[in-house]
Design a binder for this molecule. Structure first.
Ligand SMILES: [Zn+2]
Length: 294
């Protein structure tokens, strides 16, 4: 019969699954240890910024956390999932349940999410402070007490990206697809990547092309998507496409690396998690998706 405790492991508080006193697994989630700030990420506490490139004028894409790479929506969804696994859609209630079950790092995460996204931010903040002290992060608790943050200012969701009419390069690529020449289409789509107006559509075409070529020509998929970096490497579906191509080439550790990267970009990418299970089983290594069930 296993239970949970929170202990310091390698200089960091972690939730551990134990049988008696014997730890059998360490949970994947980690404590947000940056001081609480308005509009910061609940997952790691860092601020969000405009992706990895230079800030472009009129950028209307999502802000990305500088620490963990999640957008605000992904961050919120991640914590809603955590909360639901603790029997409540309410962050505070779920945090208290997690605490009762001995998962104080999880409780801290949920309380932090409650501050950012919940209905009772002040209570969530107080619970967070209490948990920080219980876990052994007194200094951070003191620091936050002295700041006394208030409810974060809610920022409007970014406006929907306007539909761009297809540019000439995209149209040429689409015609190649119609002609059943996916490799030709992909090569043309690469040209459109540097044009901001056409980039999203180019990435969609590359995903389509990868889907068509993975089975028979996985090398071409890998070449094409690597040529499309850095954009392809920042797009979860294309990272997943790379993983599938590496899988088709039987390069399982490369496949696993891309799956872990996909999961970092999109923690709920179901197909990536399923393939990750398969690959880890084939590689005979401990599953990073199943080892820590709730
Ligand atoms: Zn983060």
């Amino acid at each position: 019969m296993s239970t949970w405790v929170t202990r310091w492991v390698n200089g960091e508080p972690r939730d551990l699954k134990v049988v008696g006193d014997e730890p059998i697994a360490v949970a994947t989630w980690r404590a947000p240890r940056r001081a609480l700030q308005n509009d910061a990420c609940a997952n790691c506490g860092a601020h969000r910024h405009y992706g990895s490139g230079p800030i472009r004028e009129n950028y209307d894409g999502p802000l990305i956390c500088s620490g963990c790479g999640l957008t605000d929506r992904q961050d919120q969804e991640l914590h809603v999932r955590y909360a639901l696994k603790h029997g409540s859609g309410d962050f505070l209630q779920a945090a208290r349940t997690a605490e009762r079950h001995g998962r104080k790092v999880m409780a801290l995460k949920l309380a932090t999410a409650g501050f950012h996204y919940g209905e009772e931010p002040e209570q969530a903040r107080q619970l967070r402070t209490q948990l920080l002290r219980e876990i052994g992060l007194e200094q951070l608790a003191d620091e936050e007490d002295s700041i006394q943050e208030t409810r974060p200012i809610l920022v409007d969701a970014p406006p929907q990206r306007p539909e761009h009419p297809s540019g000439p390069t995209i149209k040429r690529a689409q015609l190649r697809l119609v002609d059943n020449d996916p490799l030709g289409a992909g090569t043309i789509a690469l040209e459109a990547l540097e044009d901001e107006q056409q980039r999203d559509q180019a990435l969609e075409i590359l995903a389509d092309v990868a889907g068509r070529l993975t089975e028979d020509e996985p090398e071409e998929v890998v070449n094409l998507l690597n040529a499309a970096s850095p954009y392809s490497h920042q797009t979860p579906n294309l990272c997943f496409a790379l993983a599938r191509a590496e899988y088709a080439r039987r390069k399982y550790s490369a496949c696993r690396r891309w799956l872990l990267h996909t999961r970092r970009l999109a923690p709920t990418h179901r197909e990536a998690l399923e393939l990750l299970d398969t690959v880890e089983e084939m590689m005979n290594i401990a599953s990073t998706t199943k080892l820590f069930p709730f």
